[in-house]
Design a protein around this ligand. Sequence first.
Ligand code: NAD
Ligand code: IPM
Ligand code: MN
Length: 359
Amino acid sequence: MEKRIAVLPGDGIGPEVMAGCQRVLEAVVDRFNHHFVFTEGKIGGCAIDAEGTPLPDATIKLCEESDAILLGAVGGPKWDGGPSQLRPEKGLLGIRKKMGLFANLRPVTTVKSLIPASPLKEHLVNHVDLLIVRELTGGLYFGEPSGRDGDAVVDTLQYTKAEIERIVRKAFELAQVRRHKLTSVDKANVLESSKMWREIVNQVAPDYPDVEVEHQLVDSAAMQLIRYPEQFDVIVTENLFGDILSDEASMLTGSLGMLPSASLRSDAVGMYEPVHGSAPDIAGKGIANPLAMIMSAAMMLRYSFNMHKEANAMEVAVQQTLEEGYHTSDLAIEKGTVLKTSALVDKVIEQFSGNDTVA
Ligand code: NAD
Ligand code: IPM
Ligand code: MN
C-alpha cells in the first residue's frame, strides 16, 4: 500500500534518531511489501537558519499533502535568545495547531530488562502500563493574551467546552480498549478551567459505563506517579500538565529516550514524535537513544495506516533487542552492552528481520 510520509528531522538529535527510524521503516517496506514515499521538510531551528522562519509554508504544504508526519525534535541553545516568534518550538506548536492534532497519546510501558534502569524500586515499576492523553492544541500554550507589557507579563489558560469534551471522549474511548480506568488530572481546587474540565468529565462519564473514573489534582498526581504508578491506566489532562507529567513518567521506563507519542485528530492523519527534545548535551555524538522515535513510527503504522501486524513486529523487535541486553548509554544498567545509535538500530533491524513468526 502506498503511503506518503512527511519526515521532519528538526534539530540536535532529531536527525540522528530519524535516520535510524527510517532504516527500520525500510525494513518494514521490504518485509511487508508496502510502498512508503518519504519527503523531508524543515522545521524548528534548521528552518530558521535556512528560511528565516521555524515553520516554512512548504513544510505546512508537505504535511497537508501527507498521510502521516514523523517529527524528530526541535530546539537548541543557538536559537534560545531569539524573539518568541523566532523560536524553534513555535514551529512545532504551529504544525500541531495547523494540522488540528489535539490528542497526544504518550504510552509509558516498562520493559523487563530495563527495570533496573529506573530510579524507582523494582517492585514499583514491574508492571507499569499507562497512557497519558495530553490535550495538545489548547490551554496555556495557545491562550491569548500572551506576552509582555513592560514589567507585566501574561499567559492565558483558555479552553472551550468543545475542546475539553473531544479530548475527554477520546481518553474514555482509549480506556474502553485498555483496562477500563480513567484518571482525569486537573487543578480544580484553584483553576476555573479545571473546574469546567472536571464538570465535563463527569457529564460525559455516563456514556462510558464500563470505565471507572477518578479525579486527581495535578500536584498529587505527580506524587502518585512515583508512589504507585501501577494504579494508572489512562490519564487525561490539560496541555501543560501532560507535558510535565510525561517527562516525569518517562523515568518509570528508565529514560526519556524510551517514550514515543502520537499526535492525532479525528481522521487517520497524525504526527508521530518522541516525547524527548533535541538533547543538545549529546547531539552530534551518535549516542542518542533511537527507540522513542522508532516506537513513534510503530504508532504511525498502527494509528494512521491500520498496519497492526507491522507495528507489533516493530515493537517486538525493539523489546527483543533490549531483552538481549543491547541499549544506548542513557539507560543506567550495569548488565548488557552499550551501543551507539546506529549500532542499536542495526540490532533492531536484525531482530525485525528474524522474528517472522510474530507477523
Ligand atoms: P531534552 O528532552 O532534549 O533532554 C533532556 C535530557 O534527556 C538530556 O540530558 C538529554 O541528553 C536526555 N535525552 C533526551 N532524549 C534522549 C535520547 N533520545 N537519548 C538519550 N538521551 C536523551 O530536553 P531539554 O534539554 O530540556 O531541551 C532541549 C531542547 O529541546 C530545548 O530547546 C527544548 O525546547 C527542546 N524540546 C523539543 C521537543 C520536541 O521537539 N518535541 C521536546 C522537548 C524539548
Ligand atoms: C514536548 C515538548 C514541546 C511541548 C515543546 C518543545 C514546545 O516539550 O513535545 O513535550 O512543550 O509540547
Ligand atoms: Mn515536553
